[in-house]
Every structure is written in C-alpha cells, then in structure tokens.
Design a protein around this ligand. Sequence first.
Ligand code: AMP
Ligand code: ZN
Ligand code: FE
Ligand code: FE
Length: 283
Amino acid sequence: MRIDLHTHSRVSDGTDTPTMLVMKAFQAGLDVIALTDHDTFDGVPEALEAGKRIGLKVVPGIEISCKLEGKTIHLLGYGCDLWNRALNEELAKVRVGRTQRLPEMCERLRTLGIDISLEELMESAQGAPSIGRPHVADALVAKGIVADRQEAFDRFLASGRPAYVPRYSIALERAIDLVHEAKGVAVLAHPWGRGGKEVLTAPVIERLVRAHGLEGIETDHQEHDRDTRLLLFELGARLGLLRTGSSDYHGAKRPDRPIGAYTTRKSAYLELLSRIRARGGSA
Ligand code: AMP
Ligand code: ZN
Ligand code: FE
Ligand code: FE
C-alpha cells in the first residue's frame, strides 16, 4: 500500500488541478494521498470527488503557515471539518495578509530594477485563492530573471532578502488547537527542514505534545537528509507520535519532488485514521 500524505494543487502553489493531482497519484501507483494545500480547503471537495471516481483514497488535509519564535513553521491538519468557523477565520486572515503585501513586494522589486505588475502575478497564480511568494517566484521565472523558484527565493524572496515582506501568520500552538477544534489531527510538516531544527528542538516538540496534544511529525521528506529522518523517527517513537512521509508534491514547478517520492507506512496511516475518528473528524 503506497501512501503520500502531503501534496499541493493549483489551489495553492502547485500546478495540477485537484482532479489532475488525483489522476497522477493513481497513475504513479499510489493508493492514498492527502491534499494539503497552503492555508485553504478549497481544493478538497474536488479531490474527494475525483478520488471516488478514480478509485484512490483521498484524506482531507491542509498545510497551515505558522510562526514559532519568529520562524515560519508549517503544520499539517488531517480530517478537519472543512467548514469549522474559527479555523476558517484564521486561514482567511493568513490568505488576506499574503495578498495584501503584494504591492509592497512589487515596489521593492521595482527599486531593484525589476518590473512585475499585479496583473502578471494574478496571471501566474491562475486563480489561486491567495497569491504567495511562490507565485511571485514564478513570475520572475517567466520574465527570465531567475532560472527557477529556488533561485527567486535565494536572491529576492526568502526572509532577509531584498524583496521579502512579512505577513500575518498563526502562532503554532494556536494552529494546533484550531486543528483540534475542527476535529482534525495535527502533524508538524518537515520539522527539521529549512532551519526548523533551530526552533523545533526535541524539548520544544515534547512541550507541543504535552501541552497541545500534537499528534505527529513528518519524518520522511525531501528536506530531511538520511540522518535527520532517522533521528526524527526515533524522537517520534519516544514521544508516541505518528511518523509520516510524503513527497510534498507541487506539480511541474518542483520537478525535484515527484509524487510518491516519500511515503507513509501503512501502520502509521491506519493510526492516523483512527486518531481522526477518535477526534470526530472525517477521513
Ligand atoms: P508565503 O506564504 O507567500 O510567504 O510563501 C511561503 C511558501 O514559499 C512556502 O510554503 C514554501 O513553499 C515557499 N518557500 C518559503 N521559503 C522558501 C525558500 N527559502 N526556498 C524556497 N521556497 C520557499
Ligand atoms: Zn507550497
Ligand atoms: Fe511546507
Ligand atoms: Fe507543502
């Protein structure tokens, strides 16, 4: 059984529609995927529908942009009630904050001699409900200013780079609580990827488990090297956590992350389902 619990569609910063994503997962021989778009559930109903038609299990999910001690941390929520009010209100704040900073990002790029209009950004986002830095990166690629998204972040968009503008994000502890209020299960996405290790130390993760009921950590992810995956696997075992794996698929914009590149063990998946049911969520 092949299970990939973290994927993105065009509804956030991937390139496939939810239906295309499910078809590609099926063609890649997967049995289960979770759709975990950034800060929105908008793609989930279509993915669930496609899953039923195509014969692939789809777990409803989300990847929430959070902050812990000033650092960006991503939290995966599984099995949430898609219409939970408190959660959706916070997600809307993140999406609005992401879009509101665009004029300032354009302005900063202009002072660097790069002219990108809001219209071009809308074009590159293809109707996504919130336009983020990855879409700005895509516009820079389209203009031939950088070769790929990564170069755009490294030169312009990452925190500390000249076109970076901060935005609203949810405190990690609050996001975990909100996922639970929505009857979902909370799993830290790529906890030790991209500088996460500095803030998400083992004692901090333990505190999130004890004080907020964090249920899991994503261990097998492209941003974790082999040693990191093993260390996280052991840490998760010690803390009684779900340990998941995923491709973090983003479609054509990230060819380095083919769907199913990393997967979740069947036992961890079944445990996830039973924890979602215990919370009263749906999966
Ligand atoms: P935003 O929510 O608009 O601030 O953009 C955040 C998204 O940009 C994340 O979900 C990542 O997919 C991507 N991202 C953030 N930092 C980097 C980085 N240093 N290199 C590549 N992609 C990044
Ligand atoms: Zn993304
Ligand atoms: Fe992420
Ligand atoms: Fe992701």
